[in-house]
Structures are given as structure tokens and as C-alpha cells.
Ligand binder design. Structure first.
Ligand SMILES: Cc1cc2nc3c(=O)[nH]c(=O)nc-3n(C[C@H](O)[C@H](O)[C@H](O)COP(=O)(O)OP(=O)(O)OC[C@H]3O[C@@H](n4cnc5c(N)ncnc54)[C@H](O)[C@@H]3O)c2cc1C
Ligand code: FES
Ligand code: FES
Length: 1377
């Protein structure tokens, strides 16, 4: 259908308007701005509001979320929704009000209850994600108020638990593990059972519901809602043209205006134009292109309308996906008995898994389809709409056309001036023919997507949508018509599987196993990913699984049909059942089960060293929530400040002949390009330092790994980034040996780093003797472990400011400022006293901001030094991922001997560690790996460990470096032994757990006293508290009765050795009695400052004067400054909190000693001496009230062991390979925890990061070693929907440990190892699947029980082990039986 639109009037192009909007109630008017400016950039650079954080710039993390409020002058209503400010263009918020977390509340005006509850539920660690989380929750609260629900009791909202959880599904947090965040959100829900909420600072267990509610920071929708400024209501203008010097933003109000714009002189002759709606497409395509004209389509009524007629519903292409979802659900409500309306509801449900809420709120329907059509984007929406026979209206030139979606997709890619106007979804009704009885026919619709995250925020491996018109006769179910659409599987566009459709609808026979079998065969030859698509076989197998699920769900009970029995005459029943199931929407909506079930946290707090041991709220958590906490990139830029970007090598080993930008000169505006040639005289090309020496900053003539920095550009961030992207590096590889890119190549070429003998671990016992005692042997079994990326929410960042007399001040987000200090001095060739490194807080480190933060800050310092201007950098996520290195990949080959009863007698391992190009901390890896591997009594243990030098970015410490691999390998060996012996894994584990004697043999004096060896007690206690034995029986039963889902359970122990290093501290008491503390340790989110505050308060309280028992509020821990406190060392290895605490205790002891005589003197004069008076007098009497110390642990305190155990239960979906963690129980020994709330947070956060390593995160590189998993699109950390549904944690208070700091033990890293329990449970579930597969007569690789499950055990990996052809095998088994 075609129609011509005639443009009659010239558009109002001459109008020049002003952009008017509000941020946190404040009016902003802008006349001239580059339209490509994002809202995030504007807020961060031109307003004081820094709570919007840049975590990814791709719409994938939620750190930048703001609430957008918009007035509808027709409805006279304000609508509120979240958007990602990193993708929203500033011009598109004209007339809108923006609220950021500071706008909700702040330290000056009072915090919002959301902030207070986040703090009180211990839901903020590093705090970088917290403002975004708060905004997601706030939006949910505001919108819940609009719902027709009874008024809840005071303090609570109209939100439901399920909505509260859903509110944060698109937000990433790398620290907390989400459970406390979910609890903070759920505390607002009216249907929450307060007993289900986790540990918090508001109440203790056992209090009544009313009391609990009353203890929560009170919430009142009226008081705590957001206000839409009146001036915006008066000011709304829909038509706008904003000109900046370079480019313009147009907002046409009609199709005619749009047409004139598209075809006027203004946009002719090569002018680059961009049609824009939500601009979320740039999250994926990250266009570097700068456009001349932006045309905003949202104000054209035809593109924003929802129209309904007899044939269906037409959606304007500029409607947001959220609005489309809303309309579809409304439509369904109008007549929920119609089959076709059920389809709408299901499409809406599926659309709710597209991206995340804050993207869907601005992302348009049309934008999605255009991206799919033009760029072959892996769209869900196209697949859904294709299955239901949708059509689209397009405007090409002056021609208005209506074509089917299928035809639209098959056309050549749209040009930039063709406009998608609307999308039509037809009403659907089953075919009624004369023969069929109406009630016996019906429409069935189902859609599917297989993605790493069940609730969205992850593109699918494949999506599918099926619509079937079926009817029943006495023989079974007949397919009258069927439409099968598949997409996102490595195909350009979503496609219809016509051949299968024709087959199914054309047989004229009722569905049977034979028909299913044939359909499955046909689908395999229809859904074939294009060459080069990852996991191609897996994707095809998903197509089979989904078709099978669909047909199976409504076909006659296939098992029954096979036996040849006809229906029993009750023709309608099956179909009715299927339709009922299919229509079972509202039930699921009303009682949508929460994502997480109640969790139990057990902690014991001891008052022996009060306030040490108290679960006090993390220091600074409220300002983290409100967004006022200052991270490096929040420090305002000094005048004249430049921004940097790296040019990184894309080759692993090549000569760098030159860098060009398409012309000889630097690109427009770029001030400088800095490389190794700019190292000043006397300086050196060094960018980092470890105990093993210095490492280079820039590639010199030779680049030695892909990702290595070659040069650094300085300008505004935008131009520096654009220039870095434009840079063309001329490489030459002639006469250079090929790079070493695999562990095997390193071995072949003997490319190893030396491991100093004192760092090489010692063998235990006599391996040959142990093997001789063995009844069985497993020889040379291989395990491969991959890397993991830190994914701290704040990427690497630094600001360098030149100071007088050749000095340099550097603000860096770093875990070891002292080391950076030396590196910069050496690089610049100036004395160390010229350098000052300041670090206040770090937005997540996990080891990645130790060595790897140094080159970033050093490059800034070098540029600042050369240019004599401040220079700052905040790496974009891609560059960060390319340079980070991450966890060490390894290849392990082991030989193990064991007795028939499962007792292992000897283990030998050959371990090859891929260290990358520089040593970094890699030479310590052998001892870390072996330290954790020794958790079992192996009888005799020997190994040969090589640290391989390869042409990859050097690998660095990542939370539990080496230990997580060692601990995992230990369990892999145990599992293999159990499989070979056909024994319960659990009994083999138990048999090989250490006795105290064997522990001493393996760990020597590090084992400590026998009373400290708590693992056996933990093991038994956990088995009891998690009902391990009973659950094994229940799982057996479940597996026996479920074909397509299998469950597994596993209990895993850990022994984790830590090292306590020296640490400095300084405590000063001011005139008013307030206390300032400096420590070497850095606050990374791990609660170091909080523990230090508690320790200061405790140690000073020993002076015993009035008021000294409540000193905690008087203590402030301040930023680390390398000139104020030297020898700060590294914040790593889980023990910096305790060593910093001990250093502070030493300072306090000195102060108490100095104050004691004065106190005695005062006490003689007055009855009681209070703290403030004591300190005032001390100042007046010139007592030295500043003390510093350097804590050096005694040899008996340097090393110790940590213990814990976890039980995890999972459910594997055999059809898709998806693993859901049903429950995890942990008991972890914290000694006598200094702050159980902080330690609980560390345990949960580490465990969830471990889940990421074992189950989800693939840090992939290309064949040249260049990281290709370089975005939130390709790298998936856990989200709230991938953590254990039930998560019980006990922080064991195991009492006195004489060599520890006030008996406390570390919690930061060891619990990460416990996540291996999830992997082992998955393995157990897969084992069941393989057993079943074998029973269907299938040949499985290896035996059904002996197989390697890769790390991470992603969906394709799990599915492959369960059988890519399970469905086919199953059908075959039915056919042949
Ligand atoms: C983090 C994230 C996750 C996502 N996950 C998914 C997912 O799981 N499944 C899925 O299907 N999609 C997903 N998407 C894609 C998302 O649906 C699209 O980005 C969005 O719909 C595009 O709409 P927009 O209004 O933002 O388009 P824009 O970004 O404004 O435009 C996109 C492109 O389309 C052009 N365009 C827009 N509207 C029109 C029109 N009416 N006529 C002609 N050209 C037009 C623009 O010029 C531009 O080239 C995701 C996006 C993000 C950012
Ligand atoms: S920074 Fe905007 S979503 Fe990540
Ligand atoms: S607290 Fe969530 S990312 Fe650190």
C-alpha cells in the first residue's frame, strides 16, 4: 500500500529556542550546546550533581540512572520514569524535570529514607552503584503510588515485594551480592514479611512487625516524593530548534515538518543527519560519528500515537517500549478471554525482558526495528512481531508505504532519511472452518529467549516466538496454521521457519511423536547461524528445544500418543488445558513470585572490645547513597584541565612504525600525543612497580601485547576519545618472532618467569610412595581455567595537577598509592618528595586497582608534567577491559592415587600459569594456588609449577588470586575420584578432610593451635543447618520425576591462607575531642574505615572517662596522602583492615599513655572526667595529641588460615542449559568479627563474585590476544536474578585467636572460593542429565559421570554436556520403544 504525502508548508526552521529543564528543582536554560552532549556529561560537568556515575556508557549498568518527570499538558499529568543519563541526549529533556539521588535528600537537608535504609541494611559497600540503585527504587515507589491499591500503613509504600526486586534488575553491583540491596528495597513493600528481611541496623530478630516498621526511617509518599516545578508546566513547548556552533537539534511537530526537514536544503548535500528517539542505540553501536543535524521524532503525533481499529493496534514508532508494553497489557485487560489478547500479554511479558526498565522507558519500538533492519541487531521485538504477522508503515522520500514486517526486514538497509512511522499488530483469531467445532479450536502463543540473565539486560543466544492455530478432534491436536519466528541466533534478521510451518500445518494429521520428530529435523536445517557465530551448535539446539517445548505443551501427551491410543473421546480437554495454561497470565501477574526467598543471616556480636564487634553501619554509606561521596572523577576539574585517552596496541608483538590520524596533524582540538618519547630526561619509561621490579608505561619501538598503551592523547574527553578511535598505528612484524599466545607455546619456547625459591611452595610427603599405596590411579587429567575481569563499577581514573617547584599532586583511585608515588617519581626523574598521591575512596578494586591503576595515573602525571596543565583520565569501559589483564588463566594436569574407600594417597600436579607479558605479582601465584589446594589431606603432594610469559596483558591479582583456582582444582580431583569409585562425592570429601595432625603436616606452623582448626565443626554444623542429607533425598526424588530439569547439590570446604603485612597509622585528637585517623589502607568498599573507626573508639576508650564509650561518632578517617603517611603499602590480601586497625591501636595506646597522668590529675580534682574536658585540658597543657605508628606483625601473626564451607543447590534446565541457584548456605569463620555487618557483606559479595567466575563471566580475547569481551554487552557479571534464590549465611564467631588482631579473621577474599559449591552442584545436576540421556540410548562423550565441566559453566557449556541433541534422542527413544 502506498500513499504520497505532500508537503505544503515550510517548516518553522527559523525559530531559535532555548532548552529549558530542571535538575533537582533548579531551572536550567541553555541556548547553545552540542546536541551530541549526553545528559550524564552535562550533569557531571556543568552542575554540582555528581551522583550520576559513569559505569559503562552503554546502558548496561544502571550507575547513571536519573528520574525523568514529564508533564502531559493534555492529560494534565506528570509521568515519572527512570532513564540512563549516559545515553540520553541533553536536547531531548526539554521541558523535563530531572531528579538525581542528591535531589532526594542529602547531608545538608537530610537524607531520604531510601538513603537511610540503604545504609541501615548495609547495602552500600564501595557505593559506586548506590545512587543509581536508589533512583531505580525511587522511581518504583513513585509509580506504585499511582496504583489503585489500598493505602498502606505508615512507613510503608504501595510497592510490592516483587516490584521492589524488579526495580533493580537492570542495576549492576559488584560488591554486595545484591541481597542487602534487595532487602533495603523490599523494606518499602506493603506485602513484605519483615521477618524475611535480612540483617540490618534497625532491629534485632524477634521484635514485632509493628516495632520493626516503627524502627525503619519513616517514609511518607507525600513528603518524600518528587516535585515537578511549576515553571516547566508553563513552559512546555513541543517545537524547538536548537543551534549550536557546529550542529543543530530539530524537533518537528508534524510529518510535514519532518518531510520538509529531511528534504530541505539544510539537510542536502552530504549533511549528516540523525533521526533520534531515545538514542539508546548508541549504547550498542557507540558511534564516533558527529552529526550535523539531529531530528527528534518524539513530537510528531503520528509517531507517538496508539491507534486501535477492527484489524488491530497500531503503535507509533517513536513510542517507548515501556509504553507499548503498557498498551498491550491494557488491551489484554479489555478482553482477557480473547485468544488474541493473550498474545498481546505474552508479547508484553517478553518485551519486559528487553534491556532493562530504564532503557525501555526511552528506547523506542521503531528504533529497535530500525536497528534490526539496518544494522542486523539481535532484536527480540522483531522476532515477536514477526510471529504474529505485523506490518509497518514507512516514509521513504515522499512515499508513505505499508509493508509486512517480513518484507521490511528483507529490504536493503534503510537510508538515514527513511522514517519508520508505525507498527501494526493484528488482532488474531483462530481459523474457524465449517467442520470444526468452535470451542475445540484455539490460538496458542509462546515466546522464548535464552540469555545469561533470565530477566533481561542480556542479549539472547536465540529468541523465538510461535503462534499456532490448533484444533482438537477425536484423534488429538491438529495444527491448522502455525507461524514460527526465530531471531538473534547469528542471522541477519529474525526469520520465519516456513518449511517447518508448512510441514506442521500441511500434514493434516494430529500431532504425534513422529511429526514432532520430523519437525525437529526440519528446524535443525532451517535455524543455522551464519559462519563465525559463537556457539552455533548450541543456538541451533535451542531452536529445537523451544519448538519441542511449544509443540509438546499442547500436543497430546506424547508418551500416550505413542502407545497408539486414541483420545478417550474427551476431545476438548487437552486443548482447553493448553489454552488455559497459555492464558494463565493474570494469575502469574497477581502472585508473581519474588525472585529471592527469605534468607537467614546468623551473626554473633561480642561486646568484649566494644564498639569492636558491633555491626555498626558502614562509614559514609549515606553519602554514598545520596551521591555526595567524592570519587576521583567527582573532583571538579581545575581550570585548563585536559582529559586523556589511550591508544592501545591491537597487535601482540610488532614494531610500531608510527601513528597517524588520516592526516599528518593531530585531529581537531587534540593538544598533545604523549608516548615513551616524551619521558623527560632523567626519567624512565616505567608505569608500574611490584616487589619484582618496575614495568614499562608505554610500548617503545616494540609493542609486546595487544592492549598495551602506545600513546596517550590529551583534550576534552570527547575529542581525546574520538581521536584515539581514529588513530591508525602502523605496525611491522618483519623479522620478529611470532608472539607467544598460548600456554603451550610458552612451554614450547621455554618462556617462563622466575619464581624466587623462597616463594616456591614446598612439597608434602613422598609422591611415589603415596602412589605405590594407591588401589586406583587417575593419570594425567587436564583442567583448564580461564580469566576473569574485575568489573569494578568505577573504571581506572586519575587526576594529575602540576604544583610549584616541579611537584605533582595525583589523585588516584588506587589500592597502593605508595607504589604509584615511586613510579611517578621514577618516570619523571624527580625526587619522591616532589610527588604526592591522594586517595580518598575507590569505587571497587578487587585487586584490579593495585598494579593496573599505576600506568593510568602515571600517564596522566607524565602528560601533566610535559604540558604543565592538569590532566585527568577516566577510562571508558572498553579500554579498561582491554588493559586490565584480570585473573590468571591456568592449565593443570594431575595424577592422583587413591584407595578403594576414597582416601587419596598421592597427588601430583603440573600447573602452567599464564602470566602475560610482565611479572606483575605472578611469581607469588604458585604459593597461592598450592596454599588453597592443600585444603584436603592428599597423603603426598607434589607439583611442578611454571609461570608462563606470554604476549598477553600481564595478569594481575584478582580477589583470591590463585587461591580460587587451587581450591577449585582440589574439588575437581575429589569429584573425579568419587566418579571413578562411583561413590558419593560428599563421603570422598569428608574422608580427605584434614585432621589437625595432617593440617600441621601440610601447613606447618601456619596451622596455628588445634582449637583454631574449626573446619570439621563448620562442616558438620553446615550439613545440619542446611539439611544436607534430607535434601539429597529430595533431589533424588525430583530428578526421578522430572525429565527436563535436574537438580544437584554440593558441599564444599575451604582453607585459605592469608598474610598480614606491616601497616602505618596516625591518630590525632583535635581541641573539641574529635579524632582524625590516617591509615595506609584504602577504603575500597570493604569497610576498612568502619573497622578503623571502631578500633580507634575502642582503644581510646581504655582511658575510661565519661563519654569515652561513645567515641565512634567522633572519629573521622581521612584520605590517604603519601606525603602525610609513608609506607602505606598495598591494600590487598584481605588483611589490610586488621593491620590498619592494629596500627591505629598502637597509636591510641600511645595517646592513652600520654593522657593517663592528666586524667588521674583531673580525677583528683573532679568527680568525673569527661572526654571533651580531658582533651581540652590536654591541649592546654601541651600534651602531644598526635601519635603515629608502624605495625609490624610478629612472625607468629604473619600467616594464618581461614575456614568456611558452603552448600549449594542448583537446578539445570536440560533444554536450554540454564542453571538456577536455588539455595546456598555458608558458614564462615571470622574469628571474633570486628564488625559482623561488614564481614557478612564481604562474605556475600565475594561469594557472588565467585558465582560470576564459576558460572557466567567469559573474559574472551581474539586470536591476537586482544580482549573482545570488552563491554557490558559481552561480559555478564551476576545480577539480582542470577544469585541464589535463598542465601543463608552464618558469620561464625569462633572466639579467641591469640595471634590475631583482637581475635578477628579476614573475610574479604576467602568466601569467593566457596562459590565452587555452585559449580560442583551444577556438575551433579548434569551428571543426572547424562544418566538420563544414556538411558535413552544415547552415546555421551566419556562416561556419564566422568566429564569436565568448564569454568565458567555458561549456558552453552552446560547444555553441551547435557546433550545438544537431548530432544532428538528423547524422541528417538519414544519412537523406538
Ligand atoms: C543496554 C541495552 C540493552 C538492550 N537489550 C535489548 C534486548 O535484549 N533485546 C532487544 O530487542 N533490544 C535490546 N536493546 C535495543 C533497544 O531496544 C534499542 O536500543 C532501542 O529500541 C532503540 O530505540 P531508540 O529510540 O533509543 O533508538 P535511537 O537510538 O534513537 O535510534 C536507533 C537507530 O534507529 C534510527 N531510528 C530511530 N527511530 C527511527 C524511525 N522511527 N525511523 C527511522 N529511523 C529511526 C536512528 O536514526 C538510529 O539509527 C537494548 C538496548 C540497550 C541500550
Ligand atoms: S553508565 Fe549509563 S547505564 Fe552504565
Ligand atoms: S557497592 Fe555496588 S558496586 Fe560497589
Amino acid at each position: 500500500m502506498e500513499a504520497e504525502i505532500v508537503c505544503t508548508e515550510p517548516p518553522p526552521l527559523s525559530r531559535n529556542e532555548t532548552l529549558v529543564f530542571a535538575v533537582n528543582g533548579k531551572r536550567f536554560e541553555i541556548k547553545d550546546i552540542d546536541p551530541s552532549t549526553t545528559l550524564l556529561h552535562f550533569l557531571r560537568s556543568q552542575t554540582p550533581f555528581k551522583s550520576v556515575k559513569l559505569g559503562c556508557g552503554e546502558g548496561g549498568c544502571g550507575a547513571c540512572i536519573v528520574l525523568l518527570s514529564k508533564y502531559d499538558p493534555v492529560l494534565k499529568q506528570v509521568e515519572h520514569f527512570t532513564i540512563s543519563s549516559c545515553l540520553t541526549l541533553i536536547c531531548s529533556i526539554n521541558g523535563c524535570s530531572i531528579t538525581t539521588s542528591e535531589g532526594l535528600g542529602n547531608s545538608k537537608d537530610g537524607f531520604h529514607p531510601i538513603h537511610q535504609r540503604f545504609a541501615g541494611f548495609h547495602a552500600s559497600q564501595c557505593g559506586f552503584c548506590t545512587p543509581g540503585m536508589c533512583m531505580s527504587l525511587f522511581s518504583a515507589l513513585v509509580n506504585a503510588e499511582e496504583k489503585q491499591r489500598p493505602d498502606p500503613s505508615p512507613g510503608i509504600s504501595k510497592l510490592t515485594v516483587s516490584e521492589a526486586e524488579k526495580a533493580i534488575t537492570g542495576n549492576l553491583c559488584r560488591c554486595t551480592g545484591y541481597r542487602p540491596i534487595a532487602d533495603a528495597c523490599k523494606s518499602f513493600a506493603y506485602d513484605v514479611d519483615m521477618e524475611d528481611l535480612g540483617f540490618n541496623s534497625f532491629w534485632r530478630k524477634g521484635e514485632t512487625k509493628e516495632l520493626k516498621v516503627s524502627r525503619l526511617p519513616s517514609y511518607s509518599p507525600k513528603e518524600h516524593s518528587c516535585i515537578y516545578p511549576q515553571f516547566l508546566k508553563d513552559n512546555v513547548k513541543s517545537v524547538m530548534l536548537l543551534n549550536s556552533r557546529r550542529n543543530s537539534w530539530y524537533t518537528p511537530g508534524t510529518i510535514q515538518e519532518l518531510l520538509s526537514l529531511l528534504h530541505s536544503d539544510v539537510v542536502q548535500n552530504g549533511t549528516k543527519i540523525k533521526l533520534v528517539v531515545g538514542n539508546t542505540g548508541t549504547g550498542y553501536y557507540k558511534e564516533a560519528e558527529i552529526y550535523d543535524k539531529y531530528i527528534d521524532l518524539r513530537y510528531i503525533p503520528d509517531l507517538s500515537a496508539v491507534r486501535r481499529d477492527n484489524s488491530g493496534i497500531e503503535f507509533g514508532a517513536a513510542l517507548s517500549i515501556s509504553k507499548v508494553i503498557f498498551s498491550l497489557k491494557e488491551e489484554q485487560k479489555l478482553n482477557s478471554c480473547l485468544d488474541g489478547n493473550m498474545v498481546f500479554k505474552k508479547i508484553a511479558d517478553h518485551m519486559e525482558k528487553v534491556a532493562s526498565g530504564f532503557i525501555r522507558n526511552s528506547a523506542s519500538l521503531g528504533g529497535n526495528l530500525v536497528m534490526a533492519q539496518r544494522n542486523y541487531f539481535a532484536s527480540d521485538i522483531t522476532t515477536l512481531l514477526l510471529a504474529v504477522g505485523s506490518s509497518v508503515s514507512i516514509l521513504e522520500g515522499h512515499k508513505h508505504e505499508k509493508v509486512t514486517l517480513e518484507e521490511f526486514l528483507s529490504r536493503p538497509p534503510l537510508d538515514s532519511r527513511t522514517v519508520l512511522i508505525s507498527v501494526h499488530i493484528p488482532f488474531l483469531e483462530p481459523i474457524r472452518n465449517n467442520d470444526s467445532v468452535e470451542t475445540n479450536s484455539g490460538l496458542l502463543f509462546e515466546s522464548y529467549r535464552a540469555a545469561a540473565r533470565p530477566l533481561g539486560n542480556a542479549l539472547p543466544y536465540l529468541n523465538a516466538a510461535f503462534l499456532a492455530d490448533v484444533s482438537c478432534n477425536k484423534n488429538g491436536v491438529l495444527v491448522n496454521n502455525i507461524q514460527l519466528a526465530f531471531g538473534a541466533y547469528g542471522t541477519r534478521h529474525a526469520t520465519r521457519a516456513r518449511e517447518v510451518e508448512e510441514y506442521l500445518a500441511g500434514t493434516g494429521k494430529t500431532l504425534s511423536v513422529g511429526i514432532l520428530n520430523k519437525a525437529v529435523e526440519l528446524i535443525k536445517s532451517s535455524v543455522i547461524p551464519e559462519e563465525g557465530t559463537s556457539h552455533a551448535a548450541y543456538r541451533s539446539s535451542l531452536a529445537v528445544s523451544y519448538l519441542f517445548s511449544f509443540l509438546f505443551s499442547f500436543s497430546n501427551s506424547v508418551d500416550y500418543a505413542i502407545s497408539g491410543s486414541p483420545f478417550d473421546g474427551n476431545d476438548g480437554t487437552l486443548l482447553e488445558e493448553a489454552c488455559k495454561r497459555n492464558n494463565d497470565d493474570d494469575r502469574s501477574q497477581i502472585v508473581r513470585p519474588p525472585l529471592l526467598s527469605s534468607a537467614n543471616q546468623v551473626i554473633e556480636s561480642s561486646r568484649e572490645y566494644y564498639p569492636i564487634g558491633e555491626p555498626i553501619i558502614k562509614s559514609g554509606s549515606a553519602i554514598q547513597a545520596s551521591g555526595e561521596a567524592v570519587y576521583v572523577d567527582d573532583i571538579p576539574s581545575p581550570p585548563n584541565c585536559l582529559h586523556g585517552a589511550f591508544i592501545n596496541s591491537t597487535k601482540p608483538l610488532a614494531r610500531v612504525k608510527g601513528i597517524s590520524f588520516g592526516s599528518d596533524s593531530l585531529p581537531n582540538g587534540v593538544t598533545a600525543i604523549i608516548s615513551f618519547k616524551d619521558i623527560p630526561e632523567g626519567g624512565e619509561n616505567v608505569g608500574s612497580k611490584t616487589v619484582f621490579g618496575f614495568e614499562p608505561l608505554f610500548a617503545d619501538d616494540l609493542t609486546r601485547c595487544a592492549g598495551e598503551p602506545i600513546a596517550f592523547l590529551a583534550e576534552t574527553q570527547k575529542y581525546a576519545d574520538a581521536a584515539a578511535k581514529m588513530a591508525m598505528v602502523d605496525y611491522d612484524t618483519k623479522t620478529i618472532d611470532p608472539p607467544i599466545l598460548t600456554i603451550q607455546e610458552a612451554v614450547d619456547r621455554a618462556s617462563f618467569f622466575d619464581v624466587p625459591s623462597f616463594l616456591y611452595p614446598e612439597k608434602v610427603g613422598d609422591f611415589l610412595k603415596g602412589m605405590a599405596e594407591a588401589d586406583h590411579k587417575i593419570l594425567s587429567t587436564e583442567i583448564k581455567l580461564n580469566s576473569q575481569y574485575y568489573f569494578y563499577m568505577e573504571t581506572q581514573t586519575a587526576l594529575a595537577i602540576p604544583d610549584e617547584d616541579n611537584c605533582m599532586v595525583i589523585y588516584s583511585s588506587i589500592q597502593c598509592p605508595e607504589f604509584l608515588h615511586s613510579v611517578v617519581a621514577k618516570c619523571l626523574g624527580i625526587p619522591e618528595h616532589n610527588i604526592r598521591v591522594i586517595t580518598r575512596r575507590v569505587g571497587g578494586g578487587f585487586g584490579g586497582k593495585a598494579i593496573k591503576a599505576m600506568p593510568v595515573a602515571t600517564a596522566c602525571a607524565l602528560a601533566a608534567y610535559k604540558l604543565r596543565r592538569p590532566v585527568r583520565i577516566y577510562l571508558d569501559r572498553k579500554t579498561d577491559m582491554i588493559m586490565a589483564g584480570g585473573r590468571h588463566p591456568m592449565k593443570i594436569t594431575y595424577t592422583v592415587g587413591f584407595k578403594s574407600n576414597g582416601k587419596i594417597t598421592a597427588l601430583h600436579l603440573d600447573i602452567l600459569i599464564n602470566a602475560g607479558i610482565n611479572p606483575d605479582i605472578s611469581p607469588v601465584m604458585p604459593s597461592s594456588v598450592v596454599g588453597a589446594l592443600k585444603k584436603y589431606d592428599w597423603g603426598a603432594l607434589s607439583f611442578d609449577i611454571k609461570v608462563c610469559k606470554t604476549n598477553h596483558p600481564s595478569k594481575s591479582a584478582m580477589r583470591a588470586p590463585g587461591e580460587v583456582q587451587g581450591s577449585f582444582v582440589a574439588d575437581a580431583v575429589i569429584e573425579n575420584v568419587a566418579s571413578v569409585l562411583s561413590m558419593e562425592v560428599d563421603s570422598v570429601r569428608k574422608r580427605n578432610l584434614h585432621t589437625y595432625e595432617s593440617l600441621k603436616l601440610f601447613y606447618g606452623s601456619v596451622a596455628g593451635d588445634s582449637i583454631e582448626y574449626t573446619l570439621p565443626t563448620i562442616w558438620d554444623k553446615l550439613a545440619r543447618s542446611s539439611s544436607y542429607v534430607d535434601r539429597i533425598a529430595m533431589i533424588e526424588q525430583f530428578n526421578g520425576s522430572h525429565k527436563w530439569r535436574k537438580r544437584g547439590i554440593s558441599q564444599v570446604p575451604i582453607v585459605h591462607e592469608v598474610l598480614v603485612r606491616p601497616a602505618p597509622g596516625k591518630v590525632s585528637i583535635l581541641w573539641d575531642g574529635s579524632i582524625v585517623v590516617e591509615v595506609g589502607g584504602i577504603e575500597l568498599g570493604q569497610g576498612l574505615w568502619t573497622k578503623v573507626k571502631q578500633m580507634t573508639a575502642y582503644a581510646l576508650s581504655t582511658i575510661q572517662c565519661d563519654g569515652s564509650e561513645n567515641l565512634v561518632e567522633k572519629v573521622r578517617v581521612i584520605q590517604s596522602d603519601t606525603l602525610s603517611l609513608v609506607q602505606g603499602g598495598f591494600t590487598s590480601g584481605s588483611t589490610t583492615s586488621e593491620s590498619s586497625c592494629e596500627a591505629v591501636r598502637l597509636c591510641c595506646n600511645i595517646l592513652v599513655e600520654r593522657l593517663a597522668p592528666l586524667k588521674k590529675q583531673l580525677q583528683e580534682q573532679m568527680d568525673s572526667v569527661n572526654w571533651d574536658i580531658l582533651i581540652l585540658q590536654a591541649h592546654l597543657q601541651d600534651v602531644n595529641l598526635a601519635a603515629s605508628s608502624y605495625y609490624v606483625p610478629e612472625s607468629s601473626s604473619v600467616r594464618y588460615l581461614n575456614y568456611g564451607a558452603a552448600v549449594s543447590e542448583v537446578e539445570v534446565n536440560i533444554l536450554t542449559g540454564e542453571t538456577r541457584i536455588l539455595r546456598s548456605d555458608i558458614i564462615y569463620d571470622c574469628g571474633q568479627s570486628m564488625n559482623p555487618a561488614v564481614d557478612l557483606g564481604q562474605i556475600e559479595g565475594a561469594f557472588v563474585q565467585g558465582i560470576g567466575f564459576f558460572m557466567l563471566e567469559e573474559y574472551l580475547s581474539n586470536t591476537e590476544g586482544l580482549v573482545v569481551a570488552d563491554s557490558t554487552w559481552t561480559y555478564k557479571i551476576p545480577t539480582i536474578d542470577t544469585i541464589p534464590k535463598q542465601f543463608n549465611v552464618e558469620v561464625l564467631n569462633s572466639g579467641c585467636h591469640k595471634n590475631r588482631v583482637l581475635s578477628s579473621k579476614a573475610s574479604g577474599e576467602p568466601p569467593l572460593l566457596l562459590a565452587a559449591s555452585v559449580h560442583c552442584a551444577t556438575r551433579a545436576a548434569i551428571k543426572e542429565a547424562r544418566k538420563q540421556l544414556k538411558s535413552w540410548g544415547s552415546v555421551v562423550d566419556g562416561s556419564d559421570s566422568t566429564f569436565q565441566l568448564e569454568v565458567p559453566a555458561t549456558m552453552p557449556v552446560v547444555k553441551k554436556l547435557c546433550g545438544l541433541d537431548t530432544v532428538e534422542r528423547y524422541l528417538q527413544s519414544l519412537l523406538t520403544c
